[in-house]
Design a protein. Structure first.
Length: 81
């Protein structure tokens, strides 16, 4: 049995598109979620996640709204004046 830290590091190793394609290929071959996870050394929930997504997706960086986002034009005028 792996500790949560060891398990998370093994899941992190499955972040390449090739690994996700392997998950989808084994799924198409009729393999179950737990069997795929055991074969690839990851969590069954990781397999489930990529099956639901239908492929690999890069992590997106959230766009946060800054305090001065609506004031850009005014700030440019004030700075150039």
């Amino acid at each position: 049995m792996l500790s949560p830290l060891e398990q998370s590091s093994r899941d992190a190793a499955l972040e390449t598109p090739e690994d996700v394609q392997m998950i989808l290929g084994l799924t198409a071959a009729g393999w179950g979620r737990r069997r795929i996870a055991k074969e690839l050394g990851c969590s069954p929930e990781t397999v489930r996640k990529y099956r639901r997504q239908g492929g690999w997706e890069a992590y997106g960086k959230p766009r946060r709204i800054g305090v001065l986002d609506g004031q850009c034009d005014w700030l440019k005028e004030r700075f150039l004046a």
